[in-house]
Design a protein around this ligand. Structure first.
Ligand code: GRG
Length: 293
């Protein structure tokens, strides 16, 4: 199963999870953002992780879709004038530019709420698996809220003068948390009896990938064009933000990204903890983070 097909299956499931509501303008705004061409990274990670631990795609899919809804809501709210004030996202006018600020706020709110509805329905659908699934939902909820992404975003406002540890903390909460939750939730959905060594290892893998992903974004924000990024190039500089690139330069940023990815792949490769060939899809996704230019 290649990841392109997986992204298509995620898109199909997202369609089913998002029927129209009674407010057509809200439906349009939600669907405009959810189907704007995202890479579906977090849901693909969640499903790859679940399968690595013997779980099946069908069980993982509601959680995968829920995490993509949360991610999309975060992008909508992040683009608002009160946050990063970005006019473009995924190569199209951002939600508030297309539909106005009020609908953009509501579309984000609605996607967030729908995500928890979808996860709760998946918990309720199976008595046998309810506890594992509820743990996965709690993991995603923590990563999305004050103890994760929203908390990190709050710290990130006025981040102008950060040192490396301050930046790493914000990145871990703001971006790393949801990526980590995708991988750990996949593990929780699949696993009947938790093995703390494995949970610890998979959490380390996920943390490295989350950090690599955000500092790679810092790198791309400098070297790619607006067209390639699908959002304004140089947005970090415009907002006078400390980034990994402003602290360490482009060369070191690239080195660090590639070292983090290599570390994560090495951990997944440790046959002794039994990931073996099942880890290949997750390793393939991790390899997408490598900076080769
Ligand atoms: C406003 C609640 C709230 C949170 C904002 C995560 C976040 C916090 C904002 C998102 C904007 C941002 C700069 C995130 C950094 C992570 C990042 C590079 C997101 C883009 O993720 P991709 O590349 O996007 O997976 P696609 O479009 O492919 O889904």
């Amino acid at each position: 199963m290649n990841s392109e097909n997986l992204a298509d299956r995620i898109d199909h499931a997202l369609e089913l999870y998002l029927p129209g509501c009674e407010a057509p303008a809200l439906t349009n705004a939600m669907r405009y953002c959810l189907f704007a061409g995202g890479k579906r990274l977090r849901p693909r990670l969640l499903i790859a992780s679940c399968r690595m631990f013997g779980g099946d795609e069908q069980a993982a899919m509601p959680f995968a879709c829920a995490i993509e809804m949360i991610h999309t809501y975060s992008l909508i709210h992040d683009d608002l004038p009160a946050m990063d004030n970005d006019d473009f996202r995924r190569g199209k006018p951002s939600c508030h530019k297309q539909f106005g600020e009020a609908l953009a706020i509501l579309a984000g709110d609605a996607l967030l709420n729908r995500s928890f509805e979808v996860m709760a329905e998946a918990c309720a659908a199976s008595e046998e698996n309810a506890v594992r699934r509820a743990k996965a939902m709690a993991c995603v909820g923590k990563a999305a809220g004050a103890y994760g992404m929203v908390g990190g975003q709050a710290l990130d406002i006025n981040n102008a003068k950060l040192d490396e540890s301050g930046l790493a903390r914000i990145y871990d909460l703001k971006t790393g948390g949801l990526i980590r939750a995708a991988i750990v939730a996949g593990y929780l959905i699949a696993t009947v009896a938790s093995d703390m060594d494995i949970k610890d290892t998979i959490t380390q893998v996920a943390t490295k990938l989350g950090y690599a992903f955000q500092i790679r974004d810092d790198y791309l924000d400098v070297i790619k064009t607006t067209k390639e990024l699908g959002k304004p190039q140089g947005s970090d500089a415009k907002n006078s933000k400390t980034t990994y690139v402003t602290l360490f330069g482009l060369w070191q940023t690239k080195q660090t990204v590639n070292e983090l990815v290599a570390d994560a792949i090495r951990l997944l490769n440790i046959g002794a903890i039994g990931f073996n060939a099942q880890a290949a899809p997750l390793m393939d996704i991790a390899s997408e983070f490598i900076i080769s230019d």
